[in-house]
Design a protein around this ligand. Sequence first.
Ligand code: AMP
Ligand code: GLY
Length: 417
Amino acid sequence: MKVLLIGTGGREHALAWKIASSPYCTRLFVAKGNGGTAEWNVPLIPDQPSSVLAFCKSETIDLVVIGPEQPLSEGLADTLREAGILVVGPGKAGARLESSKVFSKAFMEKYHIPTAKAQYFLREDYDEALLFLMQQPLPVVIKVDGLAAGKGVIIANNHDEAIKALDDIFHEDSFGPAGDKILVESFLTGKEVSVFILTDGKNWILLPEAMDYKRAREGNLGPNTGGMGAISPVPFFTQSLKNWVSENIIEPTLKGLREENIEYRGFIFFGLMTDGEEARVIEYNVRMGDPETEAVIPRIVSDILPLLKDAASGNLSAPALEISPRAAATTVCVSGGYPGVFEKDFPIQLHGKHQDILYFHAGTRMSDNQLLTSGGRVMAVTGLGDTLEDAVKHSPEGADAVQFEKKYFRPDIGTIY
Ligand code: AMP
Ligand code: GLY
């Protein structure tokens, strides 16, 4: 099978690594990849669907796997499917679960999927939104409707912060059209877990769950980031909670999609807030998480390529996925200053290799045989172990062995806060 994988991050390196290990994979291309996927990279631009389609035709690609949300929300999967190409990833309609928080909230309410109570406001409803915000218990959560690269959620601890957020979005236009609508949502408490399925719209496979460390600094402090680390499995995600989530969240979501006539083939990432033996949906994502994928993929023993193809062709017969009993912990080495301003183009050295440590590149590129930093999140280092404690110990050891100027990583990935 000839496979084209779209994306540039650590998530895509982990997926590429797994797909390339399949005996069914005869050729892999990654567009446009990073320094870690250099052997598979092609300089295709995913926001030009016609050039992706032309490439698929000229290379007779059998399967396209779309990693990030942006090309999904722009309808790349639709363009490819209309031309008869198998794709993992929803079309534009399904991608609205992530690309419009107002749509996804209305969807959850319609299909009785547990989530935080919310009210939406348009830009012209500023006065009404302000009045509503002032009446809400604190903290209160304000979300811009559209995609905002993980920056569109503001948790206001007092009314001044809430008013500032409202002004930023509606008056300063800090989020552009993504901020034409907002949700004002009640604050949920509990522990977060990232739950993933692969589905053909009807049948689905539960992948290993993960926990993401979103805050920039040790102790879960500092600003939100794309993710500074992850662990899998998650100790509090018990079998009974898993069953509850399947029955009350996963099944109703797939049923809702079918009732809306949205054909959905791809991954769904349920961002959940758990509270004892129940959970509520914080958000849907229409793709795998990053850096969660770097902890989840190494725990999957089964060959995922046939499953990806079955999901893409609508024939996923829900086989049991073989999951390793081993644990994984991922620490992300970032450029100093991230998620704010940071420098790029520093040379990267990797000292020593260890069989229980995997290096998934994110913001790296190769230039004249030298690996250079090229982004905020540079490398995701996954430690494996027979227990979560072992995995959590290996991960920062691996992160220590990655060297570049102004490197930073959180040394506390694995602590349950
Ligand atoms: P999102 O982009 O929707 O995933 O939100 C980013 C982060 O904000 C989530 O991972 C949560 O940590 C937090 N968050 C979002 N919505 C809520 C909520 N209603 N209550 C508490 N925390 C939230
Ligand atoms: N790590 C969270 C995300 O991928 O959205």
